[in-house]
Design a protein around this ligand. Structure first.
Ligand code: HEM
Length: 484
């Protein structure tokens, strides 16, 4: 078979791809060498802004299959019958480092899913942890600044990391989680995923429920110790990416079983803690796990840039039967993601193949940089119109949320047991003696590097408040390391 002809971007054949055109042999370059100019200019524009968080990640295609009937709780069409399969794109990520960062690090992992349903794309943008460090979105930029590279030293600074946590007692639960045995997953295949926030489901009768999503890995949870991770990073900084690509290429398709916890909406106001607080889990004894289906990843992207780097997940992409809860963090995220996509990928990012719904979106949005979908010849670009353009359904996607009170910068509504520490203590007490030892050593290893005594003391106070034994042990270990 003859090879195809090499062309310029405009399609003209290229005569020489090895020698730039010059004025005479050995002379200066000619401005008329379109192929050279285009090749250099295009190369300069290959990078786009990386994600401000979760920059380093890996993606794969697959499907979600319903195994259990949940129609009593949601009218979401893609969950509407057992056996129903919906195509999915997943992206897993680390959070704090930039695009070139190492995979096997102590950091939460992103667990982002895009379900290409018949009613539009549903994005569930979660993590491998059921809780988070903060519960108000106004703190997010400060939190991330403290965890990423310091603007002066250019490296992640324990002083900044722990200084933020010193001022965020609500982080104690997630810090305990992150510093514990599950803090460094062995690979993306060997970790669970959580929606983390509380979401709302609405059934066909209009009844509302609050739900939490749990994706349990069918590969089993496997993690690395700090030492194993350091060795792994030295051997192969891209270990998670390599593992995922190679497993799928070998036909060893990773899968997860989805369970949900379901709370009838009427129980939320009187629950013993705020059920919309992202720093807390719902005990399974109160709301047991109910199986929904399984997620299978079975196809690698053909091109990492096109499909993984350009993937745009937004927690605000809901479908009928699924909606937001009043969780303030979630509400903040409903704005932040599509805004980031407009900056990172442009206003028409939803037209890129990985982000487009599986049918053509129909609305009156037009034009903008890189528009490829502008309506057919006679389609009107305003609404209402007297022609045959798309019209609204008059069917809200989810049930309305009841609100009361005055506007203002309020703290969360008070429930009987809303302190920031009791679930961190419960998590600590669940651990075996060996796990507790490793947890304490990991925390002390980080906290002992902090220069300021007041920052150390404030953090110690949080561990004491979670559990006296936890506090005592961390304090002793930190003092020992600081004095040595
Ligand atoms: C990525 C904002 C909390 C999970 C991002 C991005 C932004 C952002 C701007 C980059 C998006 C892009 O460029 O494509 C925020 C804000 C938060 C918040 C403002 C709090 C108010 C959370 C929480 C979770 C989470 C609580 C998990 C439960 C993720 C994931 C990604 C991400 C998984 C990567 C998505 C992907 O793979 O493309 N976040 N985030 N974030 N965030 Fe958040």
């Amino acid at each position: 078979m003859p090879k195809p002809t090499l062309t310029t971007e405009s399609g003209a054949p290229v005569a020489d791809n090895q020698n730039a055109a010059t004025a005479g042999v050995g002379g200066p370059l000619l401005l008329q060498d379109q192929h050279l100019l285009e090749k250099l200019a295009r190369f300069n524009r290959e990078r786009i802004p990386e994600r401000v968080v979760h920059a380093r990640g890996s993606g794969a295609h697959g499907y979600f299959e319903v195994t259990d009937d949940v129609t009593g709780f949601t009218r979401a069409d893609f969950l509407g019958s057992v056996g129903r399969r919906t195509p999915v794109f997943a992206r897993f990520s680390t959070v704090a480092d930039s695009l070139g960062g190492a995979d096997a690090v102590r950091d939460p992992r992103g667990f982002a899913l895009k379900f290409y349903t018949d009613e539009g794309n549903y994005d569930l943008v979660g993590n491998n942890t059921p809780v988070f460090f903060i519960k108000d979105p106004i703190k997010f930029p400060d939190f991330i600044h403290s965890q990423k590279r310091d603007p002066f030293t250019g490296v992640q600074e324990p002083d900044n990391v722990w200084d933020f946590w010193a001022h965020a007692p609500e982080a104690t639960h997630q810090v305990t989680w992150l510093m514990g045995d599950r803090g460094i997953p062995a690979s993306y295949r060997h970790m669970n995923g959580y929606g983390s926030h509380t979401y709302q489901w609405t059934n066909a009768a209009g009844e509302a429920f609050f739900v939490k999503y749990h994706f349990k890995t069918n590969q089993g949870v496997r993690c690395l110790s700090g030492e194993q991770a350091a060795e792994q990073v030295g051997k192969d900084a891209n270990s998670h990416q390599r593992d995922l690509v190679q497993a799928i290429e070998r036909g060893v398709n990773p899968s997860w079983t989805l369970y949900v916890q379901i709370m009838p909406a009427a129980e939320a106001p009187s629950y013993r803690f705020n059920p919309f607080d992202l720093t807390k889990v719902w005990p399974h004894a109160d709301y047991p796990l109910q199986r929904v289906g399984r997620l299978v990843l079975d196809r690698n992207p053909d091109n990492v840039f096109a499909e993984v780097e350009q993937a745009a997940f937004s927690p605000n992409n809901f479908v009928p039967g699924i909606g937001p809860s009043p969780d303030k963090m979630l509400q903040g995220r409903l704005f932040a993601y599509a805004d980031a996509h407009r900056y990172r990928l442009g206003v028409n990012h939803t037209q890129l193949p990985v982000n487009a719904p599986k049918f053509e979106a129909a609305n009156y949005g037009r034009d903008g940089l890189m528009a490829t979908r502008n309506g057919s010849r006679h389609a009107k670009n305003y609404e209402p119109n007297s022609y045959d353009g798309p019209v609204q359904t008059d069917q809200p996607l989810s049930a309305p949320l009841a609100v009361s009170g005055h506007t203002g910068t309020h703290e969360a509504p008070a429930h009987t047991k809303d302190d920031d520490f009791f679930q961190a203590g419960e998590l600590y007490r669940l651990m075996s003696e060996e796990e507790k030892k490793r947890l304490v050593a990991t925390i002390a290893g980080g906290l002992s590097q902090v220069g300021r005594d007041d920052v150390v003391e404030k953090n110690l106070a949080h561990f004491h408040a979670a559990d006296p034994d936890y506090g005592k042990r961390v304090e002793a270990a930190v003092r020992e390391l600081r004095e040595s």
